[in-house]
Design a protein around this ligand. Structure first.
Ligand code: AVJ
Length: 319
């Protein structure tokens, strides 16, 4: 009989405490910044799902194309008995991989959203009755403790989310992933690739304004969770390509001078007219850079697959 289990490694209020610390540090510093993980409340997650269907937002489709083409090769190369997916969300794209991993005995989705994990767990249970599912409610940017799992293990980090971390955070993150792996285990990593500026900027500033709404939603999250009085209409959505650092930056630019009160923090934050708050970086990669970052974490890249148009890549790496 297969099992469906949930483990919470986040204390009930860990999220609130982390949000307070991030908002205080990010809005009192200069320039002002917020970490992108706070986009994803229920509305933010729904807006992100809408983004993945936009004509301009190619990464999700490109990654799905690679997974569909290469799932068999990935299964053969890894022979995985356990799939651990960091930031699993709806586990939608993972279906292709799950279908191809014929030896799989355990699936460990890891996400901060318990709702997403419960939905994905129920659905999988119906589809793969022989599979044990052990969902972890955890923040993958903090050190992870995994349950006992049968090897060989495949850790998947998809969607290009690595790009939302700053270079130093990426190094720490990849080293902590390396620490989860034993000989014979592997990492499957999705990375969006450097390409022309027009394509990149359009993907983060779509005509329908869905990404703008997604960006401004972080202000609603702070209003609700920390009793703040941001008026999202006081800010405009900005998406910029930084050609030197090869990342997209999303920002919120104050249309007027405004003072925002954050009651839970006893804080008043002033924005000058035109002042920008950085809400996300989304780094774009080249093969050499990915290989070098993996190597710095003690991982050897064994495979590099892109979609036919060369927009997105999946890497397979081993210890
Ligand atoms: C979370 C990495 C998939 O950076 O492209 C989408 C989030 N931000 N549009 C990305 C996002 C704006 C996204 N990922």
């Amino acid at each position: 009989m297969s099992t469906l289990q949930f483990t919470r490694t986040l204390p009930e209020d860990a999220t609130g405490a982390a949000l307070r610390a991030d908002v205080r540090a990010g809005l009192t510093g200069s320039p002002k910044t917020l970490p992108p993980k706070w986009f994803y409340d229920a509305r933010g997650s729904a807006l992100f799902e809408q983004i993945t269907a936009l004509a301009e937002y190619y990464p999700t489709r490109a990654e799905r194309e690679i997974l569909l083409d290469r799932a068999g090769e990935i299964a053969a190369a890894t022979g995985a008995h356990t799939l651990i997916e960091l930031g699993s969300g709806s586990s939608d794209k993972t279906r292709h991989l799950l279908d191809a991993l014929t030896e799989l005995r355990m699936y460990v989705p890891v996400d901060v959203s318990e709702t997403a994990l419960r939905q994905a767990g129920q659905a999988l249970r119906a589809e793969r009755p022989a599979l044990d599912v052990h969902a972890l409610i955890a923040d993958f940017t903090a050190p992870l403790t995994l349950p006992e799992t049968p090897g060989p293990r495949l850790v998947a980090f998809l969607g290009g989310t690595l790009g939302n971390l700053l270079p130093a955070e990426r190094a720490t993150f990849l080293a902590s992933v390396r620490a989860l792996l034993s000989p014979g285990d592997a990492l499957l990593l999705g990375t969006d690739l450097v390409k022309d500026e027009r394509t990149l900027v359009a993907a983060y500033d779509d005509a329908a304004g869905v990404t703008a709404a997604f960006n401004k939603n972080v202000l609603e999250v702070i209003n609700r969770e920390l009793a703040a009085d941001f008026d999202p209409d006081d800010f405009s959505h900005v998406a910029r390509w930084d050609a030197e650092r090869e990342w997209i930056e999303m920002r919120l630019r104050a249309r007027t001078g405004v003072t925002v009160k954050i009651r839970e923090l006893g804080l008043a934050v002033e924005f000058a007219v035109g002042e920008e708050l950085r809400t996300e970086i989304s780094a774009k990669f080249r093969e050499d850079g990915v290989r070098a970052e993996l190597a710095a974490a003690g991982l050897t890249q064994t495979h590099w697959w892109t979609d036919a148009a060369g927009r997105f890549a999946l890497s397979l790496a081993r210890v």
